[in-house]
Design a protein around this ligand. Structure first.
Ligand code: SF4
Ligand code: SF4
Length: 68
């Protein structure tokens, strides 16, 4: 099963991954803030992920890992 993971420590809450995802798997958190003070991206619909890796390609901080 495809799995998408976000390294919250690297995330800067830009939202590019959520915008790039065609399946609405990702969303910016309204509550979960990392040590740098950014509201981080979260995996909200993991079951919908098709493993396209668009999110990982878009992330400017290499915070996303997609694996089979
Ligand atoms: S791999 Fe594709 S479907 Fe899965 S979270 Fe990333 S952009 Fe969305
Ligand atoms: S694209 Fe990367 S840095 Fe931006 S919100 Fe998504 S995981 Fe965080």
């Amino acid at each position: 099963m495809t799995s998408v993971k976000i390294n919250e420590a690297l995330c800067k809450g830009c939202g590019l991954c959520a915008n790039a995802c065609p399946k609405n798997v990702l969303s910016l958190s309204k509550h979960n803030m990392n040590a740098k003070g950014y509201f981080v991206a979260e995996v909200v619909n993991p079951q919908h992920c098709i493993g396209c890796t668009f999110c990982a390609i878009m992330c400017p901080d290499c915070a996303i890992t997609v694996s089979e």
